[in-house]
Design a protein around this ligand. Sequence first.
Ligand SMILES: [Zn+2]
Length: 365
Amino acid sequence: MKNRLSLKIIAIILIISALFLFTACGNKQDPSVPPSHDNALTSKVVLFIGDGMGPNHVYNTELYTGASLYFSSFTTKTEVDTNSASGLTDSSAAATAMATGVRVKNGTLALDSSGNAIVSITELAKTDGYGTGVVTSDEITGATPSGFSAHAKSRNNSAEILLSQKDAKLDLLLGSGDYSSVYPNLFAEQGWTWANKFSEVNTEQKRFVATFSGVGHSNGTDDKPTLTQLASYAIDYMEANYPTGYFLMIEGAKIDKASHSGDISEMMLNQIDFSEAIKTVDQKLSAIGGGYSIIVTADHETGGLQKANSKAEITDDLYTTTGHTDTKVGLYFKSTLTTIPEIINKEAILNTDIFLLCKQLLGIA
Ligand SMILES: [Zn+2]
């Protein structure tokens, strides 16, 4: 009787151990087998953020050039409420809302009011085996790229951002800034390769960060490539390394900067390059085939830009403020999906819904 009981106990222990081992092995990803992302609606998602791009930025640029911006012809559109926990948003709180689904106070990057890190879409995507990348025409430590790649108390503390960024769950980080004293050392420890020339980028690099002396809107050079060149490379990189699925955030930062200084010509040039980057990405993904989604939006409106009635009226005088406004921004969606996701199939959404949309598209629970 006693023997039988101990045999039973041993059998139960064996079954439990076997189950445990089975589950543990099941969770472990074999690196040679790319994840299939079966739960994804589209396993490739590219989020484009035109910093400061309000509806009249789009309208006036189209009136000036006499041509549609590439993304404005996307058939699925809605409006986004851009406010933060502080009310009128800045770019760090806006990036945090889109990256984490949580509205925080201005100045904060993916931290809650107690200073705890809020998990971001790039971290969730990496846990699910996706390739992840952040591309910007701003400095790497700018507020928008940082919202998707760091957790920091202050958007102005680049040392704090860099310390967090080196641990980012990213494969690719591209933008501008002179970090030659920081990246090779600090980031090399975490397995990053670093470059500052566009001729040095290739798709073989693993965990790759490139910071150029600038990112321009036209006539790209080795030191100062264009956003379109960076976006094109980012797709090549992801297709080479994560052909089954990836998440990319690509920011056109200078629509905002030109609008802060009330320079409408510079704003339009940057917006045209932003549109070119979207066109390039869409054409590449369409040629490759398979499911993908492109989301184009802005973090907020900058400059209180008025609508012009004619091309002749398009002057710097259309700006009514040097700061941000709470004007709703557009969201433009293009996808291989035949049904529009419920989250955006309404007249207006919140900036936090963009996080939910990305999560749903990638099939992240
Ligand atoms: Zn701004």
